[in-house]
Design a protein around this ligand. Sequence first.
Ligand SMILES: [Ca+2]
Ligand SMILES: [Ca+2]
Ligand SMILES: [Zn+2]
Length: 299
Amino acid sequence: MRAALLLSSALLLFGSSAQAFVRARVPTATSQDPGPYLYWAHPRVPMHFNQLGSRDAGQLEALAATRASYAAWNEVECSDFELVHAGTTAKNEAGFDPMGDDDTNLIVWREVACEEVVPPGDSCFVNGGCNNKYDCWDESPWVAGVTTITFSFRTGEILDADIELNGAGFVFTTVDSPECLPGRPIPRPASCVATDVQNTLTHELGHVVGLADVYDDPDATLYWQAKTGEASKRTLGQDDIDGLCALDPPGSGSTPLVAGSPEERARGCACGGSGAPLAALLMLPLALGLVRRRRAAWA
Ligand SMILES: [Ca+2]
Ligand SMILES: [Ca+2]
Ligand SMILES: [Zn+2]
């Protein structure tokens, strides 16, 4: 937080407009003692796309929009960071299993809410993991997408990043216009913009990259909220570009740090979506095989 504030005042000296981007960092108990920034050790991050794509938007259409979202981040000149389409996959499990060696960075739609398919009393309600066990959406119904980042608590190195999209609660679309009329039923296949795939994924991929939500720049793709019918987050705002450039200036590389032990790893996510606040951050500490679900504020 301290570094961001310093950078902000430096930019103001040059008469720049608001600087709002926030680098994601390892959460700590107090803002006086900020954790290390999250970072990827290698600038090329392979992403896998679940083969089903989006039920509403269609498989090929959703994949094309996803690739356009990668391109939005990849085309920034100042950075050699690259999101690489590594293929489609039948895998649908989000998260990272240090024992199972599954480090797939996944994009997957959940087309049903967990409350509708998980038997009452299933231990996953308490212990977590309903999403993977039943291929269902187990976050807030008001959130359109959630990104789960697995990182070393000690160093901030990102080990894995997965994006789940709430197909149960939102109609995902890829058409360019017009906006769907509020309060009207959305035709399927949609001929209007409801929850735009590229709009949502460009935002979520910002969390994969290592940025956190911003609250004071509505033009930023990392802005914490999105409206139904919105497409303005398909491409990056200047603030997002500045954030990416601050993450990964050319030639600098990420400082190599010793990777944390599995006990120090944690699952966290920053959430995004449409028509609702996108700000929630979930921390899912992973220790000794026990997954416990907690909410924590982003410092
Ligand atoms: Ca680039
Ligand atoms: Ca994963
Ligand atoms: Zn977000």
